[in-house]
Design a protein around this ligand. Structure first.
Ligand code: M6R
Length: 606
């Protein structure tokens, strides 16, 4: 992952670099650093941990200079410490890097033999020395073109040079990079979000391209070093809220925001006057699509799994799902009548992007379900279905998950109706129920207190399990993922019916087990599976929906009841207690909820 920023200006840049690094922290928070150029020197400051450490440890006044680069790191090569923090510098060159240099060991050996000395354990440092070496024999453009050819792997780079005090070089292969334009200054950044407070005029670099940025001029080059022209895009200047308001954490705010974000999503896709779904400019005829493949990572993958149940219920399409990191290396049989859907909050996830790229190269029909509409995945898909959630800052995805499943559900009912596979009355009823969903989520959010006390039991346990069947199974997986990423408790999500085939052996006296058993068509089966774990001493937290019928089972430790609605929509409601369980469990442990250890919000390495 990692985030990079560069500014070339007619005034000191360190304060703006620091501000941009704070925005980029969602890409990594293992260490941070800045390098500027002034009076013929490279000034470098670096700190382990957060940007706030960097700010505390160094006075920005030591960083004079009208040109500079900055970096936040998510460690790949070398432990997270200040030596491995970027920028990495030689006498003459300073580099920030996002990505992985796959041939770094070989290059390092070669450069060491030529007399270059390495200070860190990173792969990035080879770039510094390679550029330094190439500059001995070539002019800047040629030296950069040659260096980029020698690097294998993925990168976005920002480079400054002691003897070229007016320019920054940016380069991209695999990892995203944007150029921004301001008054008497220009910028380089991992994404438009980092640049948004300074400009809304952006150019995205494509793979293989590089650029030279001066305060009053930007030039672009292709992989052969030939000058090229590129378009400037104007981003929407829509105000988006990036602060926590009265909440202690972004995650808490994002959980509570869900009735509003769902309402916005519903408003964007549903026409209230004729109670219909609008999906404008869908680029294919409905008869051209006979199957659908949904691809994502982490929470986004769980959204794909959820959607599979709905698509199979509401259409006769063949539905496949895939984890992007698996899809990209398998021998896929591409079919022109398949719609390939890429689900990603950030729209920058490297594995998901690579899977999209393969589909594009095979000329497949591609559709992005994203939150960030300016992202690489959105830009390179044939069609985009935004989830309209607003910025999600907490590393653990919450409102984006509900946003993704909302859009996928809407697509499923629309396709079901267009293919005449659901009756008009059913279609209309489902839309009506959907419009009521934000209110039901609002009510379900009130179950706070019950969950706070339940969370302690999960924290004390060695491990926990999350079980569900049918529509509830993807939600069980998502609940387990939330708990492990936030409170570092071992949590396993499983189909309830599979327990007896092995995992039942894990159950022991007092082990907390969440059973998702809404009163849908799977209810009776799930309750039987629940009894199997109760009988073996598990402490069962049953999550079901409100009903006048009692749950016919004994020895349930705790029960939480969400609101009731049609079976399709119950997964939305079941998600809420699981998000809260993970939140309160991490809160009680005093962990960093918005930035859990070892993770980053946007995973731009494979
Ligand atoms: O930005 P994306 O949706 O592509 O991210 C995919 C995963 O990295 C992400 O969902 C991750 O699993 C979250 N931290 C889960 O909360």
């Amino acid at each position: 992952m990692c985030g990079i920023i560069g500014i070339s200006s007619n005034k000191p840049v360190s304060a703006n670099i620091m501000n941009s690094l704070k925005k980029l922290e969602y890409r990594g928070y293992d260490s941070a650093g800045i390098a500027t150029l002034s009076d013929g020197n490279i000034n470098e400051v670096k700190s382990e941990g957060r940007v706030e450490n960097l700010e505390k440890n160094f006075d920005l006044k030591v960083l004079s200079g009208n040109i500079g680069i900055g970096h936040v790191r998510w460690a790949t090569h070398g432990v997270p410490n200040s030596i491995n923090a970027h920028p990495h510098s030689s006498e003459n060159v300073s580099v920030v890097h996002n990505g992985i240099i796959e041939n770094s060991t070989l290059l390092k050996k070669h450069l060491t033999n030529q007399g270059h000395k390495f200070k860190s354990q990173t792969d990035t440092e080879v770039i510094v020395h390679l550029i330094t070496e190439n500059l001995k024999s070539f002019e800047l453009q040629e030296a950069i073109t040659k260096t980029l050819k020698q690097l294998h792997g993925s990168f976005a780079l920002g480079v400054i040079f002691k003897d070229k005090p007016d320019l920054i070089v940016g380069a991209r292969r695999g990892s995203p990079l944007a150029v921004g334009y301001g008054p008497n200054e220009n910028y380089l950044g991992s994404d438009s979000y980092a640049l948004k407070s300074m400009t809304n005029k952006i150019t995205y670099l494509e793979d293989g391209e590089f650029c030279i940025i001066k305060k009053d001029e930007v030039n672009f080059f292709n992989n052969k070093g030939k000058k090229i022209n590129k378009k400037i895009l104007e981003l929407t200047s829509k105000e988006e809220s990036y602060d926590k308001g009265d909440f202690k954490h972004f995650m808490a705010k994002e959980i509570e925001e869900q009735p509003v974000t769902l309402k916005t999503g519903i408003k964007e896709y549903i026409n209230n006057i004729n109670n219909d779904i609008n999906i404008y400019n869908f680029p294919w005829k409905i008869e051209e699509i006979n199957s659908i493949t949904l691809i994502g990572c982490g929470t986004a993958y769980h959204s794909c799994l959820m959607a599979k149940y709905w698509f199979e219920e509401l259409t006769s399409l063949d539905v496949n799902i895939d984890i992007a990191s698996e899809f990209r290396y398998r021998k896929n049989r591409f079919k022109s009548d398949t719609l390939y859907v890429f689900v990603s909050q950030s729209g920058e996830t490297a594995d998901t992007y690579a899977a999209l790229d393969i589909c594009n190269k095979n000329k497949m029909k591609t559709c992005a379900v994203v939150n960030v509409i300016e992202s690489s995945i959105a830009r390179d898909s044939n069609f985009v279905l935004p989830i309209h959630c607003g910025p999600e800052i907490g590393v653990a995805s919450t409102k984006a998950f509900l946003g993704q499943i909302l859009v996928l559900y809407i697509l499923a009912i629309k396709l079901g109706s267009l293919r005449n596979e659901i009756e008009n009355k059913v279609y209309q009823d489902k839309i009506k129920d959907l419009k009521n969903l934000p209110t039901l989520i609002e009510k379900t959010l009130l179950i706070d207190n019950d969950i706070q006390s339940i969370a302690s039991t999960f924290n004390e346990a060695k491990g926990s399990m999350f079980l569900g069947r049918g529509f509830s199974y993807p939600i069980a997986l998502e609940g387990a993922l939330k708990l492990k990423e936030l409170s570092y408790v071992h949590a396993e999500g499983y189909p309830a019916g599979e327990m007896k085939h092995g995992p039942l052996a894990l159950i022991e006296e007092g082990m907390p087990v969440v059973v998702l058993a809404p009163r849908d068509s799977y209810y009776k089966k799930t309750i039987s599976n629940m009894q199997e774990v109760v009988a073996r001493g598990a402490k069962v937290l049953l999550i079901t929906n409100k009903s006048t019928d009692e749950v016919l089972s004994e020895n349930i430790w705790e029960t939480i009841e969400v609101e009731s609605t049609n079976d399709d929509l119950l997964p939305f409601l079941l998600t809420i207690p699981l998000q809260k369980l993970a939140y309160y469990s991490a809160l009680k442990k005093g962990y960093d909820i918005d930035k859990p250890r070892n993770l980053a919000k946007s995973v731009t390495v494979e």
